[in-house]
Ligand binder design. Structure first.
Ligand SMILES: C[S@@+](CC[C@H](N)C(=O)[O-])C[C@H]1O[C@@H](n2cnc3c(N)ncnc32)[C@H](O)[C@@H]1O
Length: 256
């Protein structure tokens, strides 16, 4: 039986954004009530749930499953990523954290074999060197700061342990990302990982199969819905604002 302990409140702007996003029935249908990320849209991927699974698969390409006994999924949202991690590592103990207890309740339904805890990504309630793998999909750009989160990942990972992440690089001025998290591109991201004590660092630009694939697929999905489902103004605003704000979508892998 999954356990969800400790309550913590989301920061206001981002918290409201995710309250709306996770309670939207259309987006729930798009992501199969499990994911909230751009996913990875390559050949054969035709829906948001499969794209979310594919993103996790792609992130684990260089991680040998036989070395993975304890896994942590940070900012797991509705737990689609956690469920996929359980499929990759069926013999591992899988933990997942989030900042919002409501999201974790849904996550526990999607990944009942995992252990869930409400916790700040900057102060993870786990012992040093206690994980073989830490994953974090499309959330670290929000954390205040990403560099502090990477230091926390370095603390909870054992020597040689793996860090895998997808992330977004945004304009400095957006309210959805602390200005301190601004990075010009994948190379700058790799430098930050090395500064945090990681080696074997790769930061791959997945903007085309990730963010652009997501935009195309969501546009197609919404176009098939009744016109009243979403106002034209909302559709245009979302499209214009987000295409301006998001500069890169990256996939990160590194070792402690
Ligand atoms: C884009 S969603 C990704 C969710 C999940 N990882 C996935 O891939 O489906 C971003 C997640 O980060 C969480 N989040 C946003 N800001 C946060 C913060 N400052 N601290 C912890 N979590 C945060 C949100 O509540 C949300 O669950």
């Amino acid at each position: 039986m999954p356990t969800i302990t400790r309550k913590r409140r989301s920061p206001p702007l981002v918290g409201r954004f995710y309250d709306t996003l996770f309670s939207d029935p259309l987006l729930g249908e798009f992501w199969g009530e499990a994911f909230a990320n751009c996913g990875y849209w390559d050949d054969g991927v035709t829906d948001g749930h499969s794209a979310g699974n594919r993103l996790v698969d792609e992130s684990l390409r260089t991680v040998p499953p036989e070395h993975i006994a304890r896994v942590l999924d940070v900012a797991c949202g509705h737990g689609g990523t956690t469920a996929r991690l359980l499929e990759h590592f069926p013999n591992a103990e899988v933990f997942a954290t989030g900042i919002d207890a409501g999201q974790l309740t849904q996550a526990a339904q999607n990944a009942p074999a995992a252990h869930f805890e409400v916790a700040s990504p900057l102060s993870l309630p786990f012992e040093a060197r206690s994980f073989d793998l830490v994953a974090c999909y499309e959330a670290a750009f929000h954390f205040d700061t990403r560099a502090d989160f990477l230091a926390e990942c370095a603390r909870v990972l054992r020597a040689g342990g793996w860090l895998v992440m997808s992330d977004l690089l945004m304009l400095r001025t957006t309210g959805y990302m602390p200005a301190a998290n601004y990075l010009a591109g994948p190379e700058a991201y790799a430098d930050v990982l090395r500064d945090a004590g990681f080696s074997d660092v790769t930061v791959v630009d997945i903007t085309t199969p990730g963010w652009r694939g997501f935009r195309r697929a969501l546009t197609r999905f919404l176009a098939g819905k009744p016109p009243s489902a979403l106002s034209m103004r909302d559709q245009l605003m979302a499209s214009v604002v987000w295409s301006y704000v998001i500069r890169f979508n990256v996939l990160v892998a590194a070792r402690r």
